[in-house]
Design a protein around this ligand. Sequence first.
Ligand SMILES: [Zn+2]
Ligand SMILES: [Zn+2]
Length: 126
Amino acid sequence: MSDHILRITRAADNEHDAEYEIVCPYKHPGAPCTVWWECEDCKELPTNPRNELQNQLDRDGVSQVHDLPHQMIGDMICQQGDTCIVLTGHTDYDFDPDDLPAGDHPVVYETEEMCTYITLPKVRQS
Ligand SMILES: [Zn+2]
Ligand SMILES: [Zn+2]
């Protein structure tokens, strides 16, 4: 996914330290970068209904359960949150944002568990 923008601003052009923020272009929920949480309600279901629900989600993918989209992630029943995972989780950059010029830079992200890795899509300058 390379739709997110790393927005860099500097107080002055000659200043090295950048202020930066990630800009998410999507509206949540329903965006491809929406965070999914383990659903506390479904987690508390008795074993039988929970197994039935798991089977249904395994079979059908994303489904509405108690009015919210749910899906299986690993062996967890997860419900869709309403925020962007890039903005919510722990974020690591594999480059130094201070080295970039001010302005908007498209970035690529990858998520693993709740950690998001931000990389530049092009060959990065050192
Ligand atoms: Zn649920
Ligand atoms: Zn996003």
